[in-house]
Design a protein around this ligand. Structure first.
Ligand code: AP5
Length: 219
């Protein structure tokens, strides 16, 4: 069982790399952002509660996101998990440690994807995703091959996210620096932290992550 966390600011490339790891290593991606967007789109009670919070760029309560992860860990069958966008607070990190311990599992690596703020603004402003299969694109760095059509599944449902605007990005970054970046020190102290240069091209970031995983799972 291999369990890894992808840690980084909005737009660092966590989702892009998580999708590759799913294909290449057969791990299951647990993205709390995707789970919350699903709840929002399907109009559940929880979706209604989180919609405004997400649009503003604030963090959803620990209670809600820990509950989502707990449910997935209890039901999903997997060789391991990629935690994408979770944990984001120290309380979430403690909860994850307890959940993994309870099921006799452990974390293999926390991969910090380091990208500077200027690049994040470019990445977020050019991002669009497929509403059907979730593939992530970018106007300049990862365009679709045929205009308006997803390369992966052929859908024409290509969308920009509601929180991908300058105002909520500013708030998402503030939340990251205030509440999530302390996790870098937390995991460093636990001996689980690896840092990769997220400013490299997508392929090279993937190679750096592969090297980290080989190193982490060999020890
Ligand atoms: P979430 O969906 O997790 O958003 P995020 O963390 O802000 O991360 P993003 O999805 O924006 O970016 P990413 O790092 O995945 O980058 P991507 O691969 O798409 O969360 C959304 C909201 O949900 C939060 O604001 C909060 O409200 C709530 N939430 C979620 N989890 C929560 C939690 N645990 N606790 C509380 N609240 C929570 O890449 C971005 C773009 O860059 C793409 O266009 C891509 O093609 C491009 N790109 C990727 N890599 C590269 C590269 N190497 N070079 C050039 N371009 C690249």
């Amino acid at each position: 069982m291999t369990n890894i966390i992808l840690l980084g600011p909005p737009g660092a490339g966590k989702g892009t790399q998580a999708r590759r790891l799913v294909e290449e290593r057969g791990l299951v991606q647990l993205s709390t952002g995707d789970m919350l967007r699903e709840a929002k789109d399907s109009g559940t009670e929880m979706g209604k509660i989180v919609a405004d919070v997400m649009a503003r760029g604030d963090l959803v309560t620990d209670e809600i996101v820990i509950g989502l992860i707990e449910e997935k860990l209890a039901t999903a069958k997997a060789n391991g998990f990629i935690f994408d966008g979770f944990p984001r607070t120290l309380a979430q990190a403690d909860a994850l440690a307890s959940l993994l311990k309870r099921s006799g599992n452990q974390l293999d690596a926390v991969i910090e994807m380091r990208v500077d703020d200027e690049a994040l603004v470019d990445r977020i402003s050019g991002r669009f995703t497929c509403g059907k299969c979730g593939e992530v694109y970018h106007d300049k760095t990862k365009p679709v091959k045929v205009d308006g059509t997803c390369d992966e599944c052929g859908s024409n449902d290509l969308r920009h996210r509601a929180d991908d605007n300058a105002e909520s990005l500013k708030q998402r970054l503030m939340e990251y620096y205030k509440k999530t970046s302390p996790l870098i020190g937390y995991y460093y102290a636990m001996g689980d932290l690896f840092t990769v240069d997220g400013l490299q091209e997508i392929e090279d970031v993937a190679k750096s992550i592969a090297n980290v995983l080989d190193q982490a799972t060999a020890s």
